[in-house]
Design a protein around this ligand. Structure first.
Ligand code: AMP
Length: 629
């Protein structure tokens, strides 16, 4: 097939295109209308159709390949490894669904899942999908305040959690963070379901906390029929960072998402039922939702869920998994590959990787050195793909399942089917020509699988994403991009205050708010600064209230550690700034707006740019001096 024609068909006749794609999944009742775009920018896909994500991911395959592997849970932290066939996965999901029903969870209720990378996390997600509850998975690396804001927004009827995660052989207790978060929040969940892994002691709150294993035993033989949902009912909420300190709940539907995943598994990931997929992400991120849990299972593939570091017990661990489970398609992030590149290559060369057909990388820019190195080591195509929590599946890539077009170094590829991608000039809003830098936008309607709205806040959806250009309703990705004459895009960084640390998306505002809560901080600016390993790291510049504390080097170090501790406790170590510098003032415009881009430029040794609006040019020199100290 020719990709250009395939793409054009998706743009010219989207309803025909997606009607065909909808046949990739099972429907209980077919849709009556492919697309309802009567209220832009809200798109409704497969209106009137009834389906279920859990049915398509699990039950559907029980009929034809029930004994084949579905979920392979591997933990090098606890040295456990267990394969669940589709039949076994179905039983576990039904048990979990029965527990949820018994705890009073109903259709449309929210269930917050705060879990390490263990099989029960996937059971809980699929159980929600089965009974029509809306899951909100919160990354296990987030701490109490991050968790509390998500509890307040989603108001979950139930929270599913565990005693602890584990990192590098050390238990990371979850329960006290969870208790602290519930304490901080206004919306208290009625029940908390806890998986006890025996890693950390847990004090159960009477009447609220219940034990997973005990209830699982009660519901061992439970049969819970699938609840057929209208295609546009919500399947999940996944919070992500933006310009403001308050994370946005990206809400997704049921039918559109299932179809988008089924087609992306086919065209982007060349899925074959019965083969094995290995995405090294975490269920707390969108890659974990789309390509650890739902995508591979919807395609009838076995999916590997891995808890552990890429270098423990040694740097060969992922490759030993590829060999053992004959992984055909692997999905990771550039940072992980950069980590592996620092290790002796023998670890990789020890294993038989002949099953592997391609490695997909996403989440952050893929640099040429990393791409070329891993391509050389593996001898398979390295396929960059660019997308966001908001879209749920790739916006830019090379769809090898449609046509084996060449990839281009430094570019994630071309616009994917269904996405009307454009680059607009930031000031004029005019479309950019080849090799002209602009804001990467998508014309509505967004294709199936993309966010429906911001949970509970339609206004915010429109104001945040669709209002960047006056008089023109387009979806903004908040990324800068450029396109070459052949239609290949290159991503040049964010237009907003979002930073990307090792593929993790963080809002600088959130980090600033957390740092500001330290008693001796009066003002702070956080910027993302280029880092060889992690892509970017957060660097903070703070103004203190009482200067005595920073009069000595020891005092400065102590305060820096205290501030990092505040961020660790409130948001989690993922958000911890790599450095905190102290300055007498921050560069601002005369109207008081922080000049973050200038601060960032100075940190990266670049020209700070247009400074005509700066209040006090000395502030930039102070940033430079702070960096030198
Ligand atoms: P998230 O929503 O956490 O997946 O983060 C999405 C953001 O990560 C995008 O808006 C980009 O800034 C960045 N990103 C994701 N994938 C890529 C990629 N393949 N190349 C460059 N940047 C990427």
């Amino acid at each position: 097939m020719n990709f250009a024609e395939f793409y054009q068909r998706s743009i010219d006749t989207p309803e025909q295109f997606w009607r065909d794609e909808a046949t990739l999944i099972d429907w209980n009742i077919p849709h009556t209308q492919v697309l309802d775009y009567s209220r832009p920018p809200f798109a409704k896909w497969f209106v009137g159709g009834r389906t279920n994500l859990c049915h398509n991911a699990v039950d559907r395959w029980c009929a034809t390949q029930g004994d084949k592997a579905a979920l392979i849970a591997i933990s090098t932290e606890t040295n456990t490894e267990k394969t669940y066939s589709f039949n076994e996965l179905q039983s576990e999901v039904e048990r979990c669904a029965a527990i949820m029903l018994a705890l009073g969870v109903g259709r449309g209720d929210r269930v917050l899942i705060y879990m390490p990378m263990i099989a029960e996390a996937a059971f809980a997600m699929l159980a929600c999908a089965r009974i029509g509850a809306i899951h909100s998975v919160v990354f296990g690396g987030f701490a109490a305040n991050s968790l509390a804001s998500r509890i307040d927004d989603a108001k979950p009827a139930l929270i599913v959690s565990a005693d602890a995660g584990s990192r590098n052989g050390k238990a990371i207790p979850y329960k006290h963070l969870l208790d602290a978060a519930i304490e901080l929040s206004n919306a208290k969940p009625a029940k908390v379901l806890l998986v006890d892994r025996g890693l950390a002691p847990m004090a159960l709150v009477a009447g609220r906390d219940v034990d997973y294993a005990t209830l699982r035993a009660v519901h061992l033989d439970a049969r819970v029929p699938v609840t057929w949902l209208e295609s546009n009912e919500a399947s999940y909420i996944l919070y992500t960072s933006g310009t403001t300190g308050k994370p946005k709940g990206v809400q997704r539907d049921v039918g559109g998402y299932a179809v988008a995943l089924a087609s992306s598994m086919k065209y982007n990931f060349c899925a074959k039922a019965g083969e094995t997929f290995f995405a090294t992400s975490d269920i707390g991120w969108v890659v974990g939702h789309s390509y650890i849990v739902y995508g591979p299972l919807i395609a009838g593939m076995a999916s590997i869920m891995y808890e552990g570091l890429p270098v423990c017990p040694d740097a060969g661990i992922w490759w030993s998994i590829v060999e053992k489970y004959k992984v055909t398609r692997m999905f990771s992030a550039p940072t992980a590959i950069r980590v592996l590149r620092k290790q002796p290559p023998e670890f990789m060369r020890k294993y038989d990787l002949s099953s592997l057909r391609a490695l997909y990388l996403a989440g952050e820019p893929l640099d040429e050195t990393t791409s070329q190195w891993i391509a050389g080591e593996l001898g398979v195509p390295i396929i960059d793909n660019y997308w966001q929590t908001e879209t749920g599946w790739p916006i830019l890539s090379i769809a090898k399942g449609v046509e084996d077009r060449p990839t281009r170094l430094g570019s994630p590829g071309v616009a994917m089917y269904g996405y009307k991608v454009k680059l607009l000039n930031e000031s004029t809003g005019e479309e950019c020509g080849a090799n002209e830098k602009g804001v990467l936008v998508i014309d509505g309607p967004l294709p199936p699988g993309c966010m429906q709205t911001v949970y509970g806040d339609d206004r915010r959806f429109v104001d945040t994403y669709w209002s960047t250009f006056a008089g023109r309703q387009v979806y903004s990705t908040f990324d800068w991009g450029v396109r070459d004459a052949d239609g290949y895009y290159f991503i040049l960084g964010r237009t907003d205050d979002v930073i990307n640390v090792a593929g993790h998306r963080l809002g600088t505002r959130e980090i600033e708010e957390s740092i500001s809560s330290h008693a001796n901080v009066s003002e702070v600016a956080v910027v993302g600064v280029e880092d060889k390993l992690k892509g970017q790291v957060a660097i903070a510049f703070a103004i203190v209230k009482h200067a005595e504390q920073i009069a000595t080097a020891e005092g400065r170090q102590a305060l820096e550690r205290e501030i990092m501790g505040v961020v660790d406790r409130q948001l989690g170590a993922v958000a911890r700034p790599a450095r905190v510098y102290f300055v007498p003032q921050l560069p601002k415009t005369r109207s008081g707006k922080l000049l973050r881009r200038s601060i960032q430029a100075i940190c990266e040794g670049r020209n700070p740019g247009d400074l005509t609006a700066i209040e006090d040019p000395a502030s930039l020199q102070q940033i430079k001096s702070a960096l030198q100290v």
